[in-house]
Design a binder for this molecule. Structure first.
Ligand code: PLP
Length: 273
């Protein structure tokens, strides 16, 4: 496997980043996961916009998006995969111990691995921990995912693939790596960005293509929603058939099925050449 590190491709064993890199020592890096189909990235421009927004929010140097595009193309060329996940990681770079960022400039790493199409339905749980809707890094896609790792481990203990968070005022927010949609009286709703959720690219496209409302939703909406589904780069649109102890045996229901179909049809048109 060939990985892009700071200006060039390297064999995986030789793809090295300093042990003093801020992304490792402090965790203030950012990342994007981009789906690729037959070597073509999906919605790359949206991902790069979000990378820039995350960099600004974290006070990192503005990423050189032309270089990131070149890196993605080089990595995809060197590692042919049918269905892939391109991972772009960007940090403030090397720093002297305990001091400021950036002595040697930022670190850019781009790698790709194969992935599998996710099942149409999955189980999810709710967790007692909250998302902070007013935090300094709320809405930024940072590499500080430890909280998500813990919540996802809890989900796996319960035979589920995703854990859903409420925010500090008890409103439904998002999953560890996905956004959430609910169907109430035939209408599609998703929490607004002010809930503290990530501005998911799949969320935005699904909301636009399927006409979803952005609504503040109390967490207990999950007990009465007719349908629940998750969206993310790697899940696309995925129905929830069990939420905690609640079974939703008809999943995917009619609204979710339509969202899945619309997403599949329209998403193909946004593949970079
Ligand atoms: N929320 C979180 C916390 C995520 O990490 C992700 C994706 O990684 C999403 C939502 C979904 O975003 P996207 O559709 O852009 O993949």
């Amino acid at each position: 496997m060939k990985i892009w590190v700071n200006g060039g491709l390297h064999a995986a064993e030789g793809a090295l980043v300093s042990v003093l890199d801020h992304g490792l020592t402090v965790g203030d890096g950012i990342f994007e996961t981009v789906k690729t189909v037959h070597g073509r990235p999906f919605a790359l421009t949206r991902h790069l916009d979000r990378l820039s927004r995350s960099a600004r929010g974290l006070g990192l140097p503005e990423p050189d998006l032309d270089e990131v595009r070149r890196a993605c193309a080089a990595v995809l060329d060197a590692n042919p995969v049918d269905l892939g996940r391109l991972r772009i990681t960007y940090t403030g770079g090397l720093s002297p111990l305990g001091s400021d960022r950036g002595e040697a400039g930022p670190t850019l790493v781009v790698a790709v691995g194969g992935t599998k199409r996710r099942p149409d339905t999955t189980a999810a749980i709710t967790v007692p921990w909250t998302r902070n809707e007013r935090g300094a890094v709320t809405g930024l896609k940072t590499t500080s995912y430890a909280e998500n790792v813990v919540a996802l481990a809890r989900a796996r203990e319960h035979g589920a693939s995703e854990a859903l968070f409420a925010n500090t005022v008890g409103a439904l927010c998002e999953g560890t790596g996905s956004n959430v949609f609910v169907v109430l009286d035939g209408e599609l709703h998703t929490p607004p960005l002010a809930s503290g959720c990530l501005a998911g690219i799949t969320r935005a496209l699904t909301a636009e293509w399927c006409g979803a409302h952005e609504t503040d939703l109390p967490l207990d909406v999950l007990e009465r929603a007719d349908e629940i589904f998750l969206t993310s780069t790697l899940r696309d649109v995925q129905a929830v058939h069990r939420l905690d102890d609640r079974q939703l045996p008809a999943a995917p229901g009619p609204v979710t099925t339509k969202a899945m179909r619309v997403f599949e049809e329209r998403a193909g048109a946004d593949l970079d050449p």
